[in-house]
Design a protein around this ligand. Structure first.
Ligand code: ATP
Ligand code: MG
Length: 433
């Protein structure tokens, strides 16, 4: 009999439109890595009778139920009470957990723990505690007798970042053991993260290398990047061959378009590594992206090593006053132009004494476009002590997407130049919309 695993996601905010439910997806994905499938996903609000009736249904048809949410300190956090009632195990205080929480508050928040948090140290008698490395609410696992079977109920906090780490560090190892999942049943995966090539082109370039049928190839358009995942069971396609196939796929797509081969390493982190390794400092001047570029560049802890600062110069006056853009360039070419992008990049580099100056000026829309410079037109300027260049790009989409695409393009241009890779011709500078 295959394992029967179910998921219960609790939270009124998931059922009244305030929050998007993502935890079940996260759990399903993690379990799928080891070939474990989920049979039911149920959502319920925070009322204790609804949590209990959902659990009662699931425990009768599953041998594992993973519950997300409702382990917090507030009056609507009732998962521990519901599980205690349904398992007929009273809630008992776990001293070690309480002390851990008190220390957590002192160290991380600089204050004593609020008495309401004490509730989070209560667990059904006889359960196994699942540590939470990212927050206060520990999870727990308890066996409940159900009709003709024993059901393992695993309760995890609802905060997605906490749930994610607890699933990978505690739940998956426990389930692998429970269901005797051998390493040979765990998929090997290779990921290619791509920017600046449309998904359809990625698809046709990959089909050309004819991946063997033992390898599953899947695409995820996660704007503005495309992710390709190659997945195979070790017994059907050895890890080394999968690695070689991934390398062929990379070459077929275009080596320079692949900015990362890890889900843990995004574009901001790739640039972080480049800046730190090459001891590059950078200053930025942004117009249509309104701070997005600065936000991306300061996303990584430690970005102060290379990010010196920047200016959001939205008006023509601020471009002149803060960056030294000449009124003549603005008059002759307009704010969205090669010349102004160049002057912005050079101006900010010189005024902040950075090795690189990076600029963006463009038309994010929906208004402000013209026949010559339609919505989606933007220029990226890049200046170093030896030269200053600008790149003309075009990406016609919603305002939000144009801005995101422009910020990514600017960072991608820096990535390419710092790694000795070519800059795609502007006409190729497109992604999926
Ligand atoms: P807390 O200690 O924060 O109260 P908790 O275990 O009680 O943790 P919840 O109160 O249910 O968890 O949710 C905490 C946060 O996580 C909320 O912002 C909620 O919107 C979010 N969240 C909860 N469940 C899900 C879910 N299934 N998908 C996505 N987000 C979720
Ligand atoms: Mg809560």
């Amino acid at each position: 009999m295959p394992p029967s695993i179910s998921v219960l996601v609790t939270g009124s905010e998931l059922l009244d439109g305030r929050a998007n439910e993502t935890n079940s997806h996260l759990i399903i994905q993690a379990l799928a890595e080891c070939g474990l499938a989920v049979e039911h996903v149920l959502s319920c609000d925070d009322q204790i009778q609804n949590i209990k009736s959902s659990l009662d249904f699931l425990r009768r048809c599953s041998d594992t139920v993973i519950v997300s949410g409702g382990l917090g300190p507030t009056s609507d956090d009732l998962t521990r009470e519901a599980i205690s009632e349904i398992s007929s195990k009273e809630l008992v205080l776990n001293r070690a957990c309480l002390e851990h929480m008190e220390a957590f508050f002192m160290k991380r928040r600089g204050r004593a723990m609020d008495p309401s948090n004490q509730k989070q140290a209560l667990f059904p008698a006889g359960c196994r505690i699942i540590p939470n490395p990212a927050g206060t609410a520990a999870g727990f696992a308890i066996e409940i007798d159900a009709a003709q079977r024993r059901c393992l109920v695993i309760a995890l906090p609802g905060v997605p970042s906490e749930l994610r780490i607890m699933v990978s560090e505690s739940v998956l190892p426990a389930l692998k053991q429970k269901y005797q999942i051998a390493e040979s049943q765990v998929y090997n995966r290779r990921v290619l993260r791509i920017f600046s090539v449309p998904e359809s082109t990625v698809g046709s370039r990959l089909s050309a290398i004819k991946p063997p049928q033992q390898v599953s190839v899947s695409y995820r358009a996660h704007f503005p990047e495309i992710q390709v995942m190659l997945k195979a069971l070790p017994a059907e396609y050895p890890a080394l061959e999968l690695k070689a196939l991934s390398e062929r796929a990379r070459q077929a797509i275009g080596n320079d378009h692949v900015f990362s081969e890890s889900l843990e390493l995004d574009l901001c982190q790739v640039l972080h590594q480049i800046f730190v390794e090459q001891a590059i400092t950078i200053a930025i001047a942004e117009s249509c992206t309104g701070g997005l570029l600065g936000s991306m560049l300061t996303y990584q802890p430690g970005s102060s090593k290379y990010f010196l600062g920047g200016a959001i110069t939205y008006s023509n006056e601020s471009k002149v006053k803060s960056l030294g853009v000449t009124p003549r360039a603005l008059e002759q070419h307009g704010a969205v132009s090669f010349e102004v992008a160049r002057q912005m990049a050079q101006g900010v580099r010189q005024s902040l004494g950075a090795r690189l100056g990076l600029s963006i000026t463009g038309v994010a829309g929906p208004e402000g476009g013209s026949a010559e410079k339609p919505v989606g037109t933007f220029f990226v300027g890049l200046s170093d002590p030896h030269q200053t260049a600008a790149y003309h790009c075009f990406f016609n989409s919603s305002r939000d997407k144009v801005r995101t695409f422009a910020a990514w393009t600017a960072l991608d241009i820096v990535r390419r130049l710092s790694s000795g890779l070519p800059i795609p011709h502007p006409s190729q500078c497109r992604g999926n919309s």
